[in-house]
Design a protein around this ligand. Structure first.
Ligand code: NAD
Ligand code: G6P
Ligand code: MN
Length: 441
């Protein structure tokens, strides 16, 4: 059986150890030849790389593993690139979150002005990796979950239309795990769903079991009372701030009791409440730096100091098995049904043909084949049209180096009250992002 060579781009990510361990756990169904970590910042990646090298040598000596900052060795003879880069690191995430909050605007990694600022940084980083792949392994697939995935997806659709990139998000997966728990089912894999929207901006319209029984009534009864506040084993989403997000889904749900919402809609529909409850001096970036980053890098340092990983384990990214599902679908033509971020091309019949939408697809060796969604209601259509325009204007601004387009994007964002605040925000974001954004004229 063929073994697949995988490169993890963003090797210094806090998620890397979990992904590597998950890959090993799943290797019975997705055989691994070699795992390579790639990052453009050696000081960030080295601790993770060294620690994983020690751990793997002890526990999985048959796994071929290395880490590098050299693009040629990272991307030569590779089958899949799993990309989770963060251009600007947590220092810039912190500013993405805190600058908008100064203006009483939502401060979030992927939504509102912070998400647009992050988008302007990410586009170049992801394109760079796609270009290395084109040069060294043109047949490789990139499974991208670098954020903001919506903007990255729109930019790569336009700027690298022939690249083999598939953009994916773990939020629907995490929420479907919660749905399965609410229903008392073992796994989200027992569910068949219909869903549509944009990344971090979507709705479930149908959830059934494999026999076709409608499970929506039971789910709605739960979400109406408690949102998605149901304990699961998901490590990342166990943090207090995430629990609060899950609870707030109840108020988002109330706006359209026919569907079940993605949690991220709270930033667009309950923005006042989100801002009112935000701590302007301590945001999610601070929480992550104080928890996940400290924990992962702390363990890595301990392993290196001791020269052994004995007694130390990293949380396996169990919930990230969807990435292996996607890789298997591409490698073995499984035609698995998955929610992916793809060009609409008429799947949502009353929506932009070339918008990047998040919808169910069947995935085979040629890539994703979107399923027809049909017409969507006015409420969702209106929200999505506004948000898609914001994302497209941001990509325009990046391509054309246009101050005006970026100002329009910020003004149009549902999270921003008006053009004046948008301009102040833009000027401050430009200052903060010097060296990361193209120079806007
Ligand atoms: P992190 O800062 O810990 O790791 C990101 C790594 O990317 C860093 O080591 C950094 O040096 C590296 N990097 C930055 N620019 C690069 C470039 N041009 N080339 C190569 N490497 C580069 O971040 P994290 O919190 O672990 O998250 C990583 C990414 O994964 C983020 O974009 C995050 O939003 C995303 N993420 C997405 C999903 C999803 O659902 N799509 C889920 C979880 C995380
Ligand atoms: C969810 C989203 C990701 C996002 C992450 C942030 O999983 O789907 O797109 O990156 O949350 O999590 P964090 O723990 O870094 O705030
Ligand atoms: Mn996501």
């Amino acid at each position: 059986m063929k073994k697949y060579n995988i490169t993890i781009a963003g090797g210094g990510s806090t998620f890397t150890p979990g992904i590597v361990l998950m890959l090993i756990e799943e290797s019975h169904r997705f055989p691994i030849g070699r795992i390579t970590l790639y990052d453009n910042l050696a000081s960030r990646q080295d601790p993770i790389g060294k620690a994983m090298e020690i751990l793997l040598r002890e526990r999985y000596p048959e796994t071929e593993f290395s880490y590098t900052t050299d693009p040629e060795s990272a991307f030569t003879d590779v089958d899949f690139v799993f990309a989770h880069i963060r251009v600007g690191l947590y220092a810039m995430r912190e500013l993405d979150e805190k600058i908008p909050l100064k203006y009483n605007v939502v401060g979030q990694e992927t939504c509102g002005p912070g998400g647009l600022a992050y988008g302007m940084r990410s586009i170049g980083g992801v394109l760079e990796i796609l270009d290395y792949m084109e040069k060294y392994s043109p047949n490789a697939w990139m499974l991208n979950y670098s954020n903001p995935a919506a903007i990255v997806a729109e930019a790569t659709r336009r700027l690298r239309p022939h690249s083999r990139i598939i953009n994916i998000c773990d939020m629907p997966v995490a929420l479907e795990n919660i749905m399965a728990a609410i229903l008392g089912l073992k796994s989200r894999k027992e569910l068949i769903v219909r869903y549509y929207g944009l990344n971090h901006f979507g709705w479930w319209t149908s959830v059934t079991d494999k026999a076709g029984n409608d499970l929506m009534p039971q789910l709605k009864a739960f979400v109406r009372e408690k949102g998605y506040a149901k304990e699961t084993e998901d490590y990342q989403h166990r943090a207090e701030s995430w629990k609060n997000t899950y609870l707030m889904a109840k108020d988002v749900y109330a706006l359209d009791p026919d569907t079940l919402p993605n949690t991220y809609l709270k930033y667009y529909l309950l923005q006042d409440e989100v801002v009112a409850h935000a701590n302007k001096n301590y945001t999610r970036a601070n929480e992550v730096m104080d928890s996940r980053e400290k924990e992962v890098f702390g363990k890595a340092r301990t392993i290196i100091e001791r020269g052994t990983a004995e007694g130390i384990s990293f949380d396996t990214g169990h919930h990230a098995t969807f990435i292996v599902d996607l890789a298997c679908a591409l490698a073995f033509n499984t035609k698995e049904r998955m929610l992916l971020i793809v060009p609409n091309k008429g799947a949502i019949s009353n929506f932009d043909y070339d918008a990047m939408v998040e919808i169910p697809c069947l995935v085979g060796s040629d890539g994703p084949e979107p399923l027809a969604v049909g017409e969507i209601p006015t409420f969702q259509k209106g929200l999505m049209e506004q948000q898609v325009a914001v994302e497209k204007l941001t990509v325009d601004a990046w391509i054309e180096h246009s101050y005006l387009k970026m100002w329009q994007a910020l003004t149009l964002s549902k999270t921003v009250p008006g053009a004046k605040v948008a301009k102040q925000l833009l000027d401050e974001l430009i200052e903060a992002n010097k060296g990361y954004w193209p120079e806007l004229k």
